[in-house]
Write a protein of this length. Structure first.
Ligand code: NAI
Length: 337
């Protein structure tokens, strides 16, 4: 079988070899241009490694392809309907880095509320930086309300971590069945407005889709409890960056920790990014960015690559389909593996 990997990181040849000589990899690393149509036509399976870039060639050009995999959790870059119309399942890799992302959400929160990043900069860069009050968002976390938007794998892992810091966890997730709150052991809030009114910290863990795009925008932020800190490790477009910037600037909210942005890498022309880079006083210690790195650890990167290939091999060798995310778009039965 021939697997075309697009938008790849450095290829891991040793890992590929473990799948045996009949699994042949065609690696397309250059994200600036799509793979040629000949390479797409020859592929039995395609893997898109990028969380932000699409494959670059329409599903209709993958004549032999039996399965398309997003090497990662979020599949908003995959054409679910286009593949589904051809009877091709789209699958993801949901479980390679759950704890890394949850850890990262808490790391952003702790860096802001324990001031570690501000202290580090003050002590290193300024002779008068030996001051406990150099970080504006330091607060007692015990007793704070940590609201999870989307109590899936990562949201639940983040909730467990927040609870371990003695925070009160609440969650909003309209797609979980009744009783999910009993299984999770956290309070379920049915109205998102109530979440905003009660949350000291809002940690976002929903997928990006038509419903969640721009969800945390002007309207919701206007309902925020004073002092809110927004943490986003899910997808950038879920938060309206203009609205968030305005809410930060006017102190409508206290702070934000963002691993993901609507435009990645960070758009230097966006007013909030500009202000952050120019170290405008109102951003200092209140806004923290990381480069869509929440998923990353060397272990996660290896798991992610291996599991993506396992999904393909399992389907093409044994007909066992795992992690299919476009079942509702399948206009016809999956093509024979
Ligand atoms: P999941 O599918 O296990 O959980 C998502 C949860 O969100 C589900 O429980 C679902 O019911 C809920 N949900 C869906 N729509 C909602 C809405 N409108 N309001 C509230 N809840 C809603 O996914 P998982 O594994 O927890 O991942 C969450 C997201 O994290 C992914 O979709 C991905 O985009 C992002 N991610 C980011 C990474 C990074 O490096 N920053 C790495 C991995 C994932």
């Amino acid at each position: 079988m021939r697997i075309l990997k697009v938008n790849t990181y450095a290829p891991d040849t040793a890992l590929y070899q473990a799948f045996g000589p009949d699994v042949v990899f065609d690696i397309h690393r250059d994200p600036s241009e799509p793979p040629s149509l000949d390479r797409c036509r020859a592929a039995d399976a395609v893997i898109n490694c990028s969380a932000t870039l699409p494959i670059g060639v329409g599903a209709e050009h993958f004549e032999r392809c039996r399965i398309a995999v997003r090497e990662g959790v979020g599949y908003d870059t995959m054409d679910l309907a286009g593949w589904g119309a051809r009877g091709v399942p789209v699958c993801n890799v949901p479980d390679y880095g759950t704890t890394e992302v949850a850890d990262h959400a808490l790391a952003l929160l702790l860096a802001l509320t324990r001031g570690t990043s501000s202290y580090q900069e003050a002590v290193r860069d300024r002779s008068d930086g030996w001051r406990y009050d150099a970080a504006p968002l330091v607060r007692r976390l015990r007793g704070q309300t940590f609201a999870v938007l989307g109590l899936g794998r990562i949201g639940l892992a983040a909730a467990r971590r927040a609870a371990a810091f003695d925070m009160k966890v609440i969650f909003y997730d309209p797609y979980l069945p009744n009783g999910a709150e009993l299984a999770a052991g956290y309070e379920r809030v049915r109205r998102i407005e109530e979440v905003m009114a009660r949350a000291d910290i809002l940690s976002i863990h929903t997928p990006l889709n038509d419903e969640t795009r721009g969800m945390v925008g002007v309207d919701l932020l206007a309902k925020a409890k004073p002092g809110l800190i927004v943490i986003n490790t899910a997808r950038g477009p879920i938060v309206d960056l203009d609205a968030l910037g305005e809410a930060l600037k006017t102190a409508r909210i206290a702070g934000a920790g963002l691993d993901v942005l609507p435009k990645e890498p960070a758009d230097s022309d966006h007013p909030l990014i500009k202000a952050y880079r120019q170290r405008e006083a109102w951003t200092e210690g209140r806004l923290m960015l990381s480069p869509h790195s929440a998923f990353y650890s060397p272990s996660a990167l290896e798991d992610m690559q291996r599991k993506a290939i396992e999904v393909i091999v399992s389907y093409l060798r044994e007909g066992v389909l795992m992690n299919c995310v476009n079942a509702e778009h399948m206009k016809r039965a999956p093509r024979a593996a």
